[in-house]
Design a protein around this ligand. Structure first.
Ligand SMILES: [Zn+2]
Length: 136
């Protein structure tokens, strides 16, 4: 048995994936000691011990509990249709409140290459320009 380039690649990949030396050895047909020795010579980072790996769980749970009061309830997402800008596409300008039952898109034919109809293109681009001016 020798270390072919392929075996070394597999070793690096499996090592990074967190497999144990003996599992990697089985996978690539080398002994556990050969795997450990090769990993050492390749300068692969030291393996995290199983004890340190399971430790973060309680800390994480504590953090989640602390963050909960600060998180705001997410508004229900508006009905999403696949957005394909194609010939015959319709204006995606939202009309009404996404939370309301009568919320809808404008649905006028769009200006070619734009997501909105001519009316809403004018609105969108004028609004954006004046916003930029105000910011600058
Ligand atoms: Zn429109």
């Amino acid at each position: 048995m020798s270390w072919t380039e392929e075996r070394v690649d597999d070793l690096r990949r499996l090592w990074d994936a967190g497999y144990s030396a003996s599992a990697i050895g089985k996978q690539i047909g080398m002994s556990k000691n050969a795997v450990i020795g090769k990993a050492h010579r390749l300068g692969l980072r030291a393996r995290p011990s199983p004890i340190r790996r399971s430790a973060p769980k309680p800390i994480l749970a504590g953090r989640i509990r602390l963050e909960e009061p600060r998180s705001e309830p997410a508004p229900p997402p508006p009905p999403v249709r696949p957005r394909r800008i194609a010939r015959g596409a319709t204006c995606l300008w939202p009309i009404g409140d996404p939370g309301d039952d009568d919320f809808r898109f404008c649905n006028e034919p769009v200006v070619e290459g734009k997501p909105y109809c001519a009316t809403h293109c004018a609105k969108a681009y004028i609004a954006r320009r004046s916003g930029e001016t105000a910011a600058a």
